[in-house]
Design a protein. Structure first.
Length: 398
């Protein structure tokens, strides 16, 4: 049962994870700096701006489903723990291959879950960069997963056929009997009397999964349900102020010097016609308002109403034709991985893509990116750069 649940759930987590990689537009300059990624940098398509909520859904599923599967994964590993101590480790070549793949399978899945959970808890204790490690780890794990499924699928089907779920759900502790001896040696030769029924185990693990789901999903659904997200690391309720919604990295945490965001701040537009604009000049341009979500790679998301200047209008002002140019965005942060991102031609050209100046009718707060921030429909949150300093429009990179 646990294998079956993981067989359905893990591919969904894996696919939404690889979709998230594509959503970063890894082809564009600076977006994926993983060294020598070669064919591991594989992805299928350029990330669209429509529908605006798509990344919210795919990344919400990736994180929340991953968390929900933790209990199932632990139970599955527990159920095969005698295998860890099997001696000799392999009796045939086929078994040696299978067991080597298990090392990558179990090591891979533990690595992916541990790094993923540490990341969404903002607990960067590992001595490597999350993004390439989680991606490389995923490919190693997926290869081992494919081998494991090929070896074990027939056995899973046989095991599921050997019992009727309804009968098991009717059987309490009194009627619970040990498994018959199996060729894999997972069943103890002289089992103790059972202390838990099979339905009890299913209820225990299923209950743990549902509790994790229930205490996490509110951070993705947002609105009043955010209050239920007890496991979310970012706090659950924000006040009535227009700027009171989740902040990922506060200005102080990113060493933004408030002096840099004051009246002397200028937006630099690089392109065929370099231009500098003050915030007052930007506010005097044609402003547009759209409800757009911030959907963080960490799984939380929130929709707010943003007002600002179209990126397409800024491109034209810099002498570039929207539809033919990408933009490289730089923030007041110096160095670091967060303060910059490349946006694709489609993202620049979408009329809802804004350099936002206001949110929910108020000026942006410093923590939400004052004086100006990027808001692009369906982009991963990390590409909605705050405290923008410079936009460089350049012809599309092939
Ligand atoms: N310059 C800069 N922009 C940034 C970040 C950052 O650390 N520095 N964090 C990004 C991430 S990861 C997310 S999810 C969003 C969050 O926006 P918010 O803090 O306004 O909610 O901002 C993005 N923009
Ligand atoms: Mo994020």
């Amino acid at each position: 049962m646990f294998g079956l649940i993981l067989l359905v759930g893990i591919p969904i987590v894996a696919i939404t994870g690889l979709v998230s990689y594509a959503a970063y537009n890894p082809r564009l300059p600076g977006n994926d700096t993983t060294p020598e990624r070669g064919w591991l940098g594989f992805y299928l398509f350029d990330w669209p701006t429509n529908p605006a909520w798509l990344y919210r859904v795919t990344q919400g599923v990736h994180v929340i489903l991953g968390l929900t599967l933790v209990a199932v994964l632990l139970a599955k590993l527990w159920s095969v723990i005698p295998k860890l101590f099997a001696w000799p480790p392999a009796r045939s070549l086929a078994e040696a291959v299978e067991r080597a793949s298990l090392l990558l399978l179990v090591g891979g899945v533990v690595f992916e879950f541990v790094t993923g959970i540490l990341n969404i808890q903002l607990f960067y204790v590992f001595p490597f960069s999350f993004y390439p490690a989680h991606l490389y780890g995923a490919w190693i794990f997926l290869a081992a997963f494919a081998v494991h499924v090929a070896f074990k699928l027939p056995k899973m089907v046989r095991s599921l056929r050997s019992r009727r779920l309804l009968d098991e759900l009717r059987t309490g502790l009194d009627g619970t009997r040990p498994e018959p001896p199996d060729p894999d040696g997972l069943v103890p030769p002289a089992p103790e009397a059972p202390t838990m029924s099979r339905r009890g185990l299913l209820a225990f693990v299923g209950g743990a999964s549902l509790i994790t789901l229930g205490l996490s999903v509110g951070q993705t659904l947002d609105g009043p349900l955010r209050r239920t997200a007890l496991l979310a690391p970012h706090g659950r309720a924000y006040g009535p102020d227009p700027n009171d919604f989740q902040v990922n990295k506060a200005a102080a945490a990113m060493s933004i010097d408030p002096a840099d965001t004051g009246p002397d701040w200028r937006l630099e537009l690089a392109g065929p016609r370099p231009t500098y604009l003050s915030r007052a000049q930007l506010l005097a341009m044609r402003l547009h308002t759209y409800a757009l979500p911030i959907a963080c790679v960490e799984g939380w998301s929130t929709e707010q109403t943003w007002t600002g200047v179209r990126l397409a209008d800024l491109a034209r002002l810099a002498g570039a034709a929207p539809g033919t140019v990408e933009v490289f965005v730089e923030s007041l942060e110096r160095g670091g991985a967060f303060g910059q991102a490349s946006l694709s031609t489609g993202q620049v050209a979408d009329p809802r893509s804004l350099l936002a100046l206001r949110v929910n009718g108020a000026d942006l707060s410093l923590d939400h990116g004052y004086p100006a921030r990027i808001m692009v429909p369906n982009a991963p949150g990390v590409h909605n750069t705050k405290w923008v300093r410079k936009l460089s429009f350049h012809p599309a990179t092939a």
